[in-house]
Design a protein around this ligand. Structure first.
Ligand SMILES: Cc1cc2nc3c(=O)[nH]c(=O)nc-3n(C[C@H](O)[C@H](O)[C@H](O)COP(=O)(O)O)c2cc1C
Length: 182
């Protein structure tokens, strides 16, 4: 089982990175193949809302804005399941997560039940390292995104500085369970 573990923080040693590492560890413990992607290492610009709002995403289900999105989109189509970890910024997902998920949603949601993510399980993690506020609003928007692309919520996990230790263990277990489910 091929799982893509996506993280979206500029910080390579923070809470987001720790959550992503635990998710990848859980996948591997269960015998799955974890491919770790750091969105902040890639050049994925925000959606340009081409033409009058829809570009090739609408009918061809591909993004016409050429950058690192296309190769990642190809990997996403092939994968069996996903873990998406974002830091909480202003109660929302980070800018790199938003840019990527916006563009992917346009390409896949327009396929309806034929979405290449259809029925595939997703674990979404919101890592709030500051006040601890905003985890739920962040996860709510991630849940909506999962529904739009017709994937399936496997788990939604909020993490803050105080819950760090036991939530890292929970993330590892959730990833293991997601692999074992198949
Ligand atoms: C622009 C910005 C907005 C943030 N907003 C929030 C927030 O709403 N709630 C919160 O608990 N932390 C907030 N933080 C703190 C981050 O969630 C925290 O630094 C988190 O640990 C980021 O993950 P990292 O450890 O991978 O950097 C914010 C940080 C930044 C840079």
């Amino acid at each position: 089982m091929n799982i893509i573990v996506i993280s979206s923080s500029p910080n390579t040693e923070g809470l987001t990175a720790a959550c992503a590492a635990c998710a990848a560890e859980g996948v591997r413990l269960a015998g799955g193949n974890a491919q770790e992607i750091r969105l902040n290492d890639l050049a994925i610009k925000q959606c340009a809302a081409c033409d009058n709002g829809w570009g090739t995403c609408q009918k061809e289900h591909e993004c016409q804005k050429q950058d690192d999105f296309q190769p990642l989109h190809a990997c996403i189509r092939q994968a069996d399941a996903y873990v998406i970890v974002t830091p909480v910024y202003w109660g929302e997902m980070s800018e790199s997560a938003k840019a990527f998920t916006d563009r992917l949603r346009r390409c896949e949601a327009t396929l309806g039940s034929e979405s290449r993510l259809s029925g595939k399980p997703v674990i979404a993690v919101a890592a709030a390292g500051g006040s601890g506020n905003g985890m739920i609003t962040c996860l709510a928007s991630m849940e909506r995104w999962i529904q739009h692309v017709r994937a399936r919520v496997f788990d939604l996990i909020p993490v803050n500085r105080w819950s760090r230790d036991y939530k890292l263990a929970a993330i590892r277990s959730a990833a293991q369970a997601m692999v074992q489910e198949r």
